[in-house]
Design a protein around this ligand. Structure first.
Ligand code: NAG
Ligand code: NAG
Ligand code: NAG
Ligand code: NAG
Ligand code: NAG
Ligand code: NAG
Ligand code: NAG
Ligand code: NAG
Ligand code: NAG
Ligand code: NAG
Length: 502
């Protein structure tokens, strides 16, 4: 970028950012939503064990399940509890109902269970329109109960909104809230502002992409690098958008600023990507889900922020912890989870350099394999040593056992080398075997033959998640969908003009 252009950008940043008062949150985090529509929902203690094993420090519950809140006690995990939609009406109509709710579901568990927020309902304006008139009362009643218990400083109150109530979100500077909801949103934003709370927003680039008729590029939704001529530039602000997620958050900031609220931060209460879908959902794939969530986590934790608010990242709760097999609707609805009901990862996130959100970072996962083209006599000797003096349990290599096939010295040596390497705690020098072995990040597990260090319980997983040395962020050269052939509506033409500016 040339000096003149750079200073122009700086100037723009000052113009468009300097006028707001949203401040940086030092503790930007990635959390996870825990839906419970599973036929075999794990016991709360198992859920908490998984959260701990995965180093997940922030969660959102869709209710205030007593079992979960008890299991979470003294875990250090920060918890957002929810008033379920079916209780919002009652709470919004009665201060004492609200006070009882807070007393039973919050005060009874705090501080052992570190409840940090209360989400009043979930997308109430979309799913429960008859509760809209009392929604702000519900927020206020819950808040005054917290005040009465002197917990309003520690526990924030808000209500998750669907980003679908933000109209014309592209370009972000033209976004505004559905005006028919202003009578609720204005007092709500005023409440959030005066109580130091935040706007809870559900952001789904997957749906934006699906509903865009090809106008939103898959790579743009997945945080993949775009060629500069495909980058979205907001014609009003000249801000460059490199992903749908940031554009959606900035759309919320602009929509709020049109109602004269410029200091209410956005927290993303839901975002994710399904790993499986039916024939009408071809982009609900394991690879895309992994790419989206891995890039999302990196993006949030890097505190890059959005073009409108650089350096001010929105903490984000990934949707969701478990696949929910009982969820009604299309196949993708049941497949947003990071884990199955047994706690086995659906795929393994690629999180190099993003700190420690989920401890099972594949790129950290290493295995020991026989070197390509190594001398077979040397491999055989090393294999014999590993299964003998090396004390590796080589019984899975016996005929008829799970790791017998393929019956080659290379495959058998790889199994034994990997087992030895993990047995030795992956200590330096334990994956050498006179130079015929090498460390790799690709899980050599296959079929039912599970290698040491493999995170999967069986082959299905390793087949799916075999990690690559190449991180997802460098995924250039992927084909871009073609704009030609789309019959655009007026709105789409506006979006096209926007995306093709520059
Ligand atoms: C609860 O979480 C908040 C916010 O992260 C933190 O400041 C506080 O220290 C935690 N409290 C306990 C008891 O861990
Ligand atoms: C609701 O109850 C709280 C006590 O829980 C009280 O402080 C507050 O004034 C009440 N608010 C209204 C609007 O009645
Ligand atoms: C705005 O919200 C109303 C309901 O409050 C809904 O009927 C209408 O379709 C929405 N408008 C748009 C453009 O989504
Ligand atoms: C926002 O503030 C401006 C200037 O004070 C005022 O003209 C405008 O009506 C306000 N807009 C809303 C939606 O309150
Ligand atoms: C992280 O942030 C820095 C600057 O804040 C930026 O240069 C870098 O590209 C970001 N990395 C990712 C993966 O977003
Ligand atoms: C991953 O690797 C980093 C640096 O190489 C290390 O600090 C971290 O502890 C590793 N994490 C796991 C889970 O092995
Ligand atoms: C990785 O996940 C598995 C199962 O999900 C768990 O048993 C293991 O402890 C995790 N590894 C780390 C380093 O946390
Ligand atoms: C994988 O393990 C699960 C239980 O952990 C089992 O139900 C499934 O059949 C196994 N799949 C294969 C291919 O072995
Ligand atoms: C493993 O992957 C191969 C090729 O990608 C595929 O044909 C096969 O069906 C997969 N097996 C399982 C159990 O998923
Ligand atoms: C990484 O990507 C490069 C270029 O796309 C390719 O040549 C190389 O084989 C890849 N490496 C792995 C381990 O997949």
């Amino acid at each position: 970028m040339g000096g003149v252009a750079a200073s122009a950008v700086v100037l723009l940043l000052v113009l468009f950012v300097g006028s707001t008062a949203v401040t940086a949150d030092e503790d930007t985090f990635v959390g996870v939503n825990i839906g419970t529509d599973l036929s075999d929902m794990p016991h709360p203690t198992q859920v908490v064990a998984l959260l701990k094993a995965q180093n997940i420090r922030h969660i959102r519950l869709y209710n205030a399940d007593r079992g979960m809140l008890v299991a979470l006690a003294n875990s250090g995990i920060r918890v957002m509890v929810s008033v379920p939609n079916e209780q919002v009406l009652g709470i919004g109509q009665s201060n004492s109902t609200a006070a009882n709710w807070v007393s039973q579901n919050v005060v009874a568990h705090y501080p052992a269970t570190n409840i940090t927020a209360i989400a009043v309902g979930s997308e109430v304006l979309n799913t429960l329109p008859n509760a809209a008139p009392i929604l702000v009362n519900a927020l206020k009643f819950i808040h005054s109960a917290l005040v009465a218990s002197n917990l309003d400083g520690q526990i924030k109150v808000s209500t998750p909104l669907s980003s679908s109530i933000i109209l014309d979100p592209f370009p972000p500077s033209q976004a505004f809230f559905n005006k028919s909801m202003n009578s609720v949103l204005v007092p709500m934003l005023s409440f959030l502002q005066t109580t130091g709370s935040y706007l809870m927003l559900n952001v789904y680039p997957y749906y934006d992409y699906m509903q865009s008729n090809g106008l939103i590029l898959l790579d743009y939704a997945l945080f993949k690098p775009l060629p500069s001529n495909k980058e979205a530039v907001d014609p009003n602000t000249l801000l460059h958008y490199t992903n749908v997620f940031d554009a959606a958050i900035d759309a919320a900031y602009f929509a709020m600023s049109y109602l004269n609220f410029t200091n209410v931060p956005v927290v993303v209460t839901e975002s994710g990507w399904p790993s499986k879908g039916d024939s009408k959902e071809p982009d609900a794939t394991m690879e895309n889900a992994n790419t989206y969530n891995s890039n999302l986590i990196r993006h949030v934790l890097n505190k890059t922020g959005t073009p409108k608010h650089p350096g001010i990242a929105s903490s984000t709760y990934i949707y969701e912890l478990y696949n929910e097999d009982m969820k009604p609707g299309s196949l993708s609805e049941k497949n947003w989870g990071l884990f199955d009901e047994t706690g086995k990862p659906v795929y393994i996130l690629r999180l190099t350099g993003s700190g420690s959100v989920l401890s099972n970072d594949t790129t950290n996962q290493t295995y020991c394999t026989a070197r390509e083209g190594a001398d077979s006599k040397m491999l055989q000797a090393a294999l014999d040593w590993a299964c003998g003096a090396g004390k590796v349990d080589c019984s899975p290599l016996m005929q008829g056992e799970q790791c017998y096939e393929p019956d080659t010295v290379t495959a058998h040596a790889t199994y034994a080398f990997d087992a030895y390497y993990h047995q030795m705690g992956k200590a330096p020098g334990t994956c050498d075997f006179n130079g015929v072995a090498a460390v790799t990040t690709t899980d050599p597990s296959h079929g039912t033959c599970l290698f040491s260090g493999s995170i999967g319980r069986n082959a299905t997983l390793s087949n799916i998640t075999a990690p690559s040395m190449n991180s997802t962020v460098s995924a250039s050269g992927v084909g871009y969908p073609n704009y030609i052939g789309v019959i655009p509506t007026l709105l789409q033409i506006a979006a096209m003009m926007w995306t093709s500016l520059l």
